[in-house]
Write a protein that binds this ligand. Sequence first.
Ligand code: UDP
Length: 511
Amino acid sequence: MDSREHIVMLPFMAHGHLIPFLALARQIQQRTGFIITIATTKLNIQYLYSSISTDSNSQPLSNIRFAELPFNTTDHVLPPNTENTEFLSPSSIGNFLHASLSLKDPFLKLLNDIVHQEGKPPLCVISDELFGWATELAKSVGTVNIAFTTTGAYGTLAYVSIWLNLPHRYSTDSEEFKVPGFPESYRFHRSQLNPYVRDADGTDIWSRYLQTQLSQSIESFGWLCNSVEEIEPLGFDLLRKYLGVPVWSIGPLIPLAALKNTSSSTSTSGFSFFKQHTGKKTGLTPEKCIEWLDLHGPDSVLYISFGSQNTIGLSQMMELAIGLEDSGVSFIWVIRPPIGFDLKSEFKAEWLPEGFEERMKQSKRGLLVRNWAPQLDILSHKSTGAFLSHCGWNSVLESLSQGVPILGWPMATEQAYNSKMLMEEMGVSVELTRGSQGFVVGKEVKRVIELVLDKEGKGKDMRNKAVEVEKQLKEAVRDDTDDVGSSVKAMDDFVRSILSKSTQEQAESIE
Ligand code: UDP
């Protein structure tokens, strides 16, 4: 293999996209020795550097370079809750999306510079599925584009197909609708759509942006997917049929250490790969969280977090606290100011029932962590029994890699589709509610928490299934000399395919 081969990557500027891109770059680099250039804006390069510096488990970044692309606005990262109309005016989304398109020219210049310096085009471009414009640019310099989806196959198919097949016709009695690409009998519900897509007809900002980008990404030479063949066979089967090009399942792109340990560790594992955005106030150290978890019995603690950016409404925060207290269950809860308040501001006691934090502290029943928690350290601790999650794909993979079942509270993007798959296909989750303002009362919170943490019945079934998925995830990345897992095979197959495509194109250009 020629280690001077060069791959150029173009991540979308959001936390949940950047981190898997970096992990993918590392994986390809370690497997092939190729040079990798990650092209993104200054702020995001700084962010990626800061996450690398906290990643104690991995090798230094030899042969991974960063190329800075100028950004046409001050917002270099997609703002939080972008698909929640409460947060952002259409104009601020418009600015961000417009500026995203302005990356085209500098990206083309970067590709041309590489062609000029190296005398040949890069082996391929790997662009985020939300940057479909890279497909044409890659072609124009004589290489191919590979679309990378940072989510699972099922969620990707639902996301792409739902955006590309507007408007949706809901049945009048049940508000359900069919999604092209899914079997005839499958139904999605209107409430599983975020506000932007729910009644979109293709003329609004999001529709215009996403329809253009996704339909261009579909023209890619192939797709890479951050998931594992065995955990979602239906999703991969349907996605391949829908796209009609190769889809390589090369996940899970989470720290390798998380895929090697057993789910019974009690010490800190230094999983701080996913460092928060700089500037936010950190919560507790991994050591403190582990110390607290050590006080509790196996599979008894509920971990609650809504990802890197989300928060919930004030009334829902109250109801969640009431349900938690009534259930008697122990928990770690990553708390942020509720919707409508500055996320960077101090958390106020009045946002929770009176005396709640103090009571939980005294009884050692509940640990409230401000803003950011060491998620993988918590999930990999033997005391953690379930995860109340917004079903962001990284959180899903991290939870299942530790055999931890999920209580779903999907909020935006493809999270509700992930949640549907976790329940209906995998049997590892129960959905509590939907939407960041999702309506839920304390009694229901208590009922669902008790159900999932139950050592018998449905709780036990879910845990057993989650442990099965854990094994499949770990097996997929097995890399013994005589036999390798499905994701390692898929990575090798991907590399072979682009090398042979490149050889073929060079031969054609000589003729
Ligand atoms: N995360 C974390 N601590 C927190 C919140 C989030 O470490 O308190 C990490 C989490 O481990 C995951 C990522 O942030 O890797 C969130 O990604 P996900 O795809 O689940 O959701 P998103 O933030 O993209 O909505």
